[in-house]
Design a binder for this molecule. Structure first.
Ligand code: 26W
Length: 743
């Protein structure tokens, strides 16, 4: 980066009557101009990350920080009378749903920061994750037209566009390259579909509604679209440099499949080698086995994609044939390695007229990893047990991480500076040095208390502006921010809040330390029950916030359009991170790591990465409650009757607000439906909300009580910061680079 040239041009920049969007584009374009070129693909061994989602969030501040000119830019703009924060008006590029999409963005950032060659391939959606509005307490989806702000950080590569063929249509895949700045400038290549109107639909929406055949086929088209474009780019790049002997392809390319969405790339790779390059099927398959690696991010059945044969045949007949052929090979191989026919069938790629993409990935991939210790154990012992027995060396754990550049240095400059003052700034390059913060002095604790006050003040000010809600600074801040899903149990938090509320009203909790619960969550548009829970939380917030008897002690706010930029403010300002999923169902969680890095204690269940957070920061510095995976297995075996839980009057009072008229669901009957799914039906309270509710309430009360001694509480929080290095994606990427990618 030619910093001086950039800063010189910035000083020269005429800002007269230019609006924020124009300035945003001109300043970004200057940075792009002086940033130097993105690294080429293929000259030496690189890793390639194929993902349906890249939740990059806002690029402006992050890129200027990575280019080392953020502070200077702030000063130069201030001299021109511009507060750099005006660019917060530029919305995030939300090209992802949540978890795995944000992880992909963190991985690219860490690899660039570490100077490791990792490039991303995905889709340049015209409309990313919807913008969430809330009307009468209900989620409303609005299109996220992120490109209306311009897209100065992308370079369109017309000369590299290529045709992607389906049986019923041909479309152009036009690459847009986004630089990922760091020690190296890696590349995020997002493809845009062009051609006739039908073509453009392929890259129009992230996660098109797939509750219709047409929607499902569109999703399959999307998955093939970017997978085929990426494979074609990599194969072409290889042939240009190394010719048509593909034996060496794995020496230059390792392709990481981010969940099942890009797994079709394996079949496309084989199709390309066997048709265009006339390789034998078995040779192509063996090269694929040395090239691909697969990450599983969830054990939820609805996310383990399987495609009906008719869908695949309709638009990709040769791919269908190839996947069937791989399935035959796989079955034979499993049995030749000691599996019975039945066991081989468990891992079948093609059975019952369906293609099981996770099984295809597990069979072909050289490595299969889960994203936290417990999750990987569940993959080995349950989901892919037969494959693990047959190919034990394939399976490994790679606990997730988050980039500390965005999730500490950028979003919490004040804490980063306190750390510099205490242990020097070496931790910014080598995050493992953060552990030197352990053994901190009282002075540092006081410094931390100041920082937390500042970040909380900033957060509460932002919430006052955005949500019109005033929260006093002395309030203890709980935050539960993540996608809305029943297994994440936002509903359990809602009930717990009601119990605190009634406890305060009855006088039992009259001296509870004042606290606020901040929710941030988007529900998938078609996920009715999740939307009901959003409505319920908003109804609770309205009631509690307007009750003069209690609102000096308890408040609830559901922030709208929770996104990466909102997350940056919440993780920095919160005191307690709520991570309360049903044990065994949250593969890892990554919000938990962001909170830990910013000095929030975790109030959570023994699930996903919470287990490793507590291992590293100490049980005594966090608040663990709820049934464990083992306990839940026993409860299920013994038979679980949630009705028993509501015999407790406090639980009964909270849960029955769904049906006793305390709250109105606008006559939709959805609150009643929610009540029914908890207490009646074939699998009542399937996520054990009522089972863990009691211990949850007790834990929240003890946190409030501990917070009264805010120096001791601050020490717990600071110990979490000091032991959070492991959860930087720098550590994760180093493990992938060493154990899987060999780059
Ligand atoms: C059907 C809706 C749907 C869509 C996408 C379900 C699941 C997905 C993804 C494949 C699952 C996902 O995003 N999983 C999350 O991945 C994160 C990064 O590894 C983990 O931290 C989260 O625990 C996991 O839920």
């Amino acid at each position: 980066m030619e910093k001086t040239l950039f800063l010189h041009d910035l000083e020269e920049l005429d800002i007269q009557n230019k609006d924020v969007i124009t300035l945003y584009n001109e300043i970004s374009a200057l940075a792009m101009k002086h940033a130097g070129n993105m690294d080429e693909f293929g000259g030496y061994k690189c890793a390639y990350y194929l993902s349906m989602e890249f939740l990059i969030g806002r690029s402006f501040y992050n890129n200027l920080m990575e280019l080392g000119v953020l502070e200077e830019t702030k000063k130069i703009l201030a001299l021109k009378g511009i507060d750099i924060n005006v660019f917060e008006e530029i919305e995030d590029a939300a090209l992802g749903n949540g978890g795995l999409g944000r992880l992909a963005a963190c991985f690219l950032d860490s690899a660039a920061g570490l100077g490791l060659p990792l490039h991303g391939f995905g889709i340049r959606y015209k409309y990313g994750l919807f913008k969430q509005a809330v009307e009468n307490g209900c989620q409303v989806e609005l299109p996220d037209d992120w490109q209306r702000f311009g897209d100065p950080w992308s370079v369109r590569r017309d000369s590299e566009k290529r045709v992607i063929e389906y049986a019923d249509m041909r479309v152009y895949a036009v690459p847009y390259d986004m630089p990922v700045f760091g020690e190296k400038t890696n590349r995020l290549r997002l493809y845009q579909a062009e051609g006739d109107a039908g073509a453009e639909k392929i890259s129009e929406y992230l996660y098109p509604a797939d509750d219709t055949d047409e929607g499902k086929i569109l999703r399959l088209r999307q998955e093939y679209f970017f997978s085929a474009a990426a494979v074609a780019d990599l194969v072409e790049c290889y042939v240009k440099r190394h010719g048509k002997n593909f034996e060496k392809f794995p020496e230059y390319n390792v392709i990481q499949l981010n969940d099942t969405h890009p797994v079709i790339a394996v079949a496309e790779f084989i199709r390309l080698l066997t048709t265009e390059y006339r390789k034998k099927f078995t040779d192509a398959l063996n090269i694929a086995k040395r090239t691909f690696a697969y990450t599983n991010h969830t054990i939820l059945p609805e996310a383990l994609e399987c495609w009906k044969e008719e869908y695949v045949r309709k638009i990709l007949p040769d791919i269908a044939e190839i996947m069937i052929k791989i399935s035959v090979f796989a079955s034979r191989e499993y049995q030749s390695l000691g599996c019975t026919k039945e066991q081989a069938l468990e891992m079948a790629i093609f059975k019952g007229g369906k293609f099981y993409m996770a099984n295809l990935a597990v069979y072909v991939a050289k490595n299969v990893n889960g994203v936290a210790g417990l999750h990987t154990e569940i993959l080995k012992n349950r989901l892919f047990a037969t494959a693990h027995k047959t190919y034990p060396q394939k399976f490994m754990n790679k606990t997730n991480g988050v980039t500390h550049r965005r999730w500490l240095e950028l979003c919490n400059k004040e804490l980063a500076e306190l750390i510099d003052k205490t242990i020097g700034n070496g931790w910014r390059k080598d995050i493992s040095l953060l552990s030197n913060l352990n053994g901190f002095t009282e002075n540092t604790v006081n410094g931390f208390i100041e920082v937390k006050k500042i970040k909380k003040r900033q957060l509460l000010k932002y919430i006052a502006e955005k949500e019109g809600m005033e929260i006093p600074e002395n309030f203890l801040v709980f935050a539960q921010v993540k996608r809305l899903h029943e297994y994440k149990r936002q509903l359990m938090t809602a009930f717990a809040i009601l119990e605190l509320y009634y406890g305060i009203k009855s006088g039992k909790l009259s001296n509870l330390h004042p606290c606020v619960f901040i929710f941030g969550a988007k529900s998938a548009p078609s996920y009715k029950r999740a939307k009901t829970i959003i409505r319920f939380i908003n109804a609770i917030a309205d009631k509690i916030n307007s009750d003069a008897l209690t609102n000096g002690r308890l408040k609830v706010v559901f922030v709208r359009n929770y996104n990466v930029s909102y997350a940056e403010k919440i993780v920095a300002g919160a005191d307690v991170s709520l991570q309360v999923s049903t044990a065994g169902l949250e593969a890892s969680g990554t919000g938990n790591m962001k909170f830990m890095m910013n000095g929030a204690v975790t109030c959570g269940t023994m699930d996903g990465a919470n287990i490793e957070i507590v291992e590293r920061a100490g049980l005594e510095n966090n608040y663990i409650f709820g049934a464990t995976v083992e306990e839940l297995a026993n409860i299920k075996k013994a038979g679980y009757n949630p009705a028993v839980c509501v015999s407790d009057p406090a639980h009964k009072q909270a849960v029955e607000t769904l049906t006793d008229g305390t709250f109105s669901d606008g006559g939709s009957g959805e609150f009643k439906e929610l009540y029914e799914c908890l207490l009646h039906g074939e699998n009542p309270d399937g996520y054990f909300v009522l089972h863990d509710l009691g211990s949850y309430v007790q834990t929240l009360i003890s946190i409030c009580n501990d917070y009264v001694n805010n120096k001791k509480f601050a020490e717990k929080q600071l110990i979490n910061v000091a032991n959070s290095a492991y959860f930087s994606s720098d550590r994760t990427i180093k493990e992938y680079a060493e154990h899987i990618w060999k780059i």
